[in-house]
Write a protein of this length. Structure first.
Length: 262
């Protein structure tokens, strides 16, 4: 019988959705800019709130990266504390390892370094998080960029890596997205046809990120994002993924209806 004082899966899920809503509000300029600090300070159980920070990972920096919202010292302390309380597992899946590594790099940029520093700069304090194996290298067939990975498996992996699809963030995972853009377009189309809007929104971030970098997806990304905005429902994380895709699109050259810009 579960302990009444022990947080349930429902508590953790609610904390993640609540934090996603806060990030979304800050991104839209309608909420408290001190997203992470406020989430932890106001939570009935700070540990549950810190777990939510770990789940969202790089996305807690989305308002800073997309809208220039200040990422304050309190936010940085809360992210660092989340990594201390819930340290990355040494045997974590590649997707989790890349999310953790990106979180640490962004924390170094906004928590101690200059927000204008390039993402390729090596932070002095990685909080014990090791850089993951490069995709297609020692990662083997489980690597997102593995040539043998089917478009369905690739789409599943890249959907899990969607928190990395942000402006001014770069690395091997982004190179994978650009090199297999047709497969990601195919995966997005499949998710839309299945009305799997959470997956579609995550993959749409990669398509919008590619547009932001000057590439041309095979799918009309603007139309996908418009459909998601109308039909994806009220889930905090899916709404956040859609808003990030919209933010990336707004920074990109417009697509013609029905296909990519020539």
């Amino acid at each position: 019988m579960p302990n009444p004082g022990t947080p349930s899966r429902t508590d953790y899920a609610a904390a993640v959705e609540g934090l996603a809503d806060r990030v979304l509000g800050a991104l839209r300029g309608t909420g408290d800019p001190a997203v992470v600090a406020s989430q932890v300070d106001e939570a009935p159980d700070p540990k549950v709130a810190l777990a939510a920070v770990r789940v969202l990972g790089p996305d807690v920096f989305a308002p800073a990266l997309l809208a220039g919202v200040p990422f304050g010292p309190g936010d940085a302390r809360a992210v660092a504390e989340s990594l201390r309380i819930f340290p990355p597992a040494p045997d974590a899946a590649p997707e989790a390892a890349w999310r953790d590594w990106t979180t640490v790099r962004l924390l170094a940029r906004y928590g101690g370094g200059s927000p204008d520093s390039t993402f390729t700069d090596t932070p002095e304090d990685t909080l014990g998080v090791r850089e993951p194996a490069p995709p297609g290298g020692t990662g083997g067939t489980d690597s997102p960029a593995s040539p043998g990975l089917s478009w369905r498996d690739l789409s599943l992996s890249m959907a899990q890596l969607s928190p990395l699809a942000l402006p001014n963030v770069d690395g091997p995972v982004h190179e994978t997205a650009l090199s297999r853009l047709r497969d990601l377009s195919r995966g997005t189309a499949r998710a839309m046809l299945r009305r799997d809007y959470p997956t579609a929104a995550r993959l749409a971030r990669w398509l919008a990120c590619a547009l932001h970098r000057g590439a041309h997806p095979d799918l009309d990304t603007a139309a996908v994002v418009r459909h998601l905005e109308l039909h994806c429902g009220g889930g905090g994380r899916t709404a956040l993924d859609t808003a990030v895709a919209r933010g990336l699109l707004d920074r990109s050259q417009p697509q013609r209806p029905g296909g990519p810009t020539a």
